[in-house]
Design a protein around this ligand. Structure first.
Ligand code: GLV
Length: 317
């Protein structure tokens, strides 16, 4: 019998599809992810693993699962939590969920950009603290979008969807993509000219701490930084100093390193830093589609078919 482990309760569409093809599977039902030991115990001997971005899947885990493992399917577009080289070396296809979360993530980037520029969370804290005494000409002033320059770092599907939204706001868009080598301007020019900088690169060796003290020092003092990619792309200590000293105007983060962000993180002391708990793809429709795609990848892999969305197609060569 085909053995499957699913590391968390995922939205119904995926579970329904899996059940149609494989009525028996093991599902991790607690709210918190399995620990590494629990993951290994639960997935030992399975043919298919459906995981989330909270599960670290390295070569050791793959070996502990065993040589019968036919597919690893992640309900995420990012796959930095999986050792892709290790999977490829073992001939295991890895699936992800691209495309379906592009709009939701671009919406989130824009929501964060607007919130940081117009100081929405800070203004709400102000109001709830009973500090709203009158309309004031200079109260909580923020930044304009029309005519501003948006610099997009990472110009894949999500970066391009952000650019499309920016056009509706009458912004000038420039971009630089370190992963694909595509650019309208080099990174230094982008940082020098942008009033908003939005990060859309995957986390790799090359992009780890791409946003560091040097990067931040090149940004404009009025600039707003938004990160909806991965926390590891940004050096949080460097960001703290840049925000604290008003070297840049504000930052808005959908992702942190680590996740969850410890509640004593110095970033949480800053008025000009917005942080939300990794919600880029968090719309009902998007999560349903991600669940379905992850299930399609899992089922295809278990049937020996090519995964509809495979991040290491070299395994088929
Ligand atoms: C979310 O961050 C994803 O990679 O899907």
């Amino acid at each position: 019998m085909t053995k499957i482990f699913i590391t968390r309760i995922i939205p119904d569409p995926g579970l329904v599809l899996i059940k149609e093809h494989f009525p028996h599977f093991d599902l991790w039902t607690p709210d918190l992810p399995p620990s590494r030991i629990e993951l290994i115990e639960q997935s030992r001997g399975v043919d298919g693993l459906l995981c989330l971005l909270t599960d670290k899947i390295d070569g050791e885990v793959m070996d502990a699962i065993g040589p019968q493992l036919k597919v690893i399917s992640s309900m995420s577009v990012g796959v930095d939590h999986i050792d892709i080289a290790a999977a490829t070396a073992r001939g295991i296809p890895v699936g992800n969920t691209p495309g379906v979360l592009t709009d939701a993530t671009a919406d989130q980037a824009f929501a964060l950009m607007l919130s940081a520029a117009r100081r929405i969370p800070e203004a709400e804290r102000f109001l709830r603290a009973g500090k709203w005494v009158t309309w004031q000409p200079s109260l909580l002033l923020g930044a304009d979008f029309a005519g501003a320059t948006l610099g997009i770092v990472g110009f894949g599907r999500i970066g391009q969807a952000v650019a499309k939204r920016a056009q509706g706001f009458d912004m000038r868009v420039i971009y630089h993509d370190p992963t694909h080598g595509a650019q309208s301007v080099d990174l230094d020019t982008l940082l020098r000219e942008s009033d908003f900088v939005s990060i859309h690169v995957p986390l790799t060796e090359k992009t780890k701490h791409l946003v560091n003290a040097k990067f931040l020092a090149k940004m404009k003092p009025n600039a707003v930084l938004v990160n909806t990619s991965r926390g590891g792309v940004l050096d949080q200590t460097a960001l703290y100093h840049a925000l604290k000293s008003n070297q840049i105007f504000a930052a808005a983060l959908d992702v942190t390193d680590p996740e969850p962000l410890p509640t004593d993180s110095p970033l949480l002391e800053l008025e000009n830093c917005i942080i939300v708990p990794h919600l880029g793809s968090a719309s009902k429709k998007t999560r349903d589609m991600m669940s379905l795609l992850a299930a399609q990848n899992l089922v295809a892999g278990l049937k020996g078919e090519r995964l509809p969305h495979c991040v290491n197609p070299q395994v088929y060569e």
